[in-house]
Design a protein around this ligand. Structure first.
Ligand SMILES: [Zn+2]
Length: 201
């Protein structure tokens, strides 16, 4: 079990740095977590500041109720959002991002409707939840409702995405790498919709 958690910690550090180096995480926020058994491993608060220079000792570890097992650099303000994902869906990986492409839809309050077909399976109806301040119980409640709407599609496709109004995106997957693949699809779908609109002007 300890060895399992250690390897998940290494995976989270590695993937967080990869997301940053690929420009999918910035220095302005974002977080990534994984579930192993009934334990959650998550990037710490202010992980983005300074360019994601985190190591395994910095990570927070808790149970599904949020009881801290290892605080590392202290759990992120978004820990409750990740717990909502794991308590609502059979997810094993979760990513929260402020990337401007999907966030543009979230800020504009425009639902992102990607065309079905090919690689876009399951991206046709992405829930857009109402705004609530970061760290608030309202935001957890809204996101939980978004995850509930995803349940059927998550079981079918292994991933799910919720857009958070005036905030960003939340992506869950059957494992961390599946969540990253879903994040890639989200970015491509967002860019495709924007470019289509520009071409059609
Ligand atoms: Zn955020």
């Amino acid at each position: 079990m300890t060895a399992d958690i250690d390897s998940v910690k290494e995976l989270i550090v590695e993937r967080a740095k990869e997301l940053y180096s690929r420009g999918l995480f910035s220095t302005s926020g974002g977080n990534i977590s994984a579930r192993i058994h009934d334990t959650i491993v998550m990037t710490p608060r202010r992980a983005s500041e300074g360019g994601w220079k985190i190591n395994v000792q910095d990570l927070a570890v808790c149970d599904l109720e949020g009881n801290i097992i290892e605080s590392g650099r202290g759990p992120s303000i978004d820990l409750d959002l990740h717990l909502a994902a794991y308590n609502t869906l059979p997810a094993k990986g979760a990513i929260h991002s402020h990337h401007p492409l999907p966030s543009a839809f979230a800020f504009a309050g425009v639902p992102l409707v990607a065309q079905e077909g090919g690689e876009w399976r399951g991206l046709d109806k992405i829930p857009l939840i109402p705004y609530a301040p970061p760290g608030s119980t309202e935001l957890v409640a809204h996101l939980t409702e978004g995850f509930r709407q995803l349940r059927e599609r998550f079981e079918k496709h292994g991933y799910g995405i919720v857009l958070m109004k005036k905030h960003g995106a939340f992506i869950v997957g059957r494992d961390v790498d599946f969540a990253i693949r879903a994040y890639d699809r989200l970015l491509e779908a967002s860019l495709l919709v924007v470019l289509q609109k520009i071409i059609q002007l």
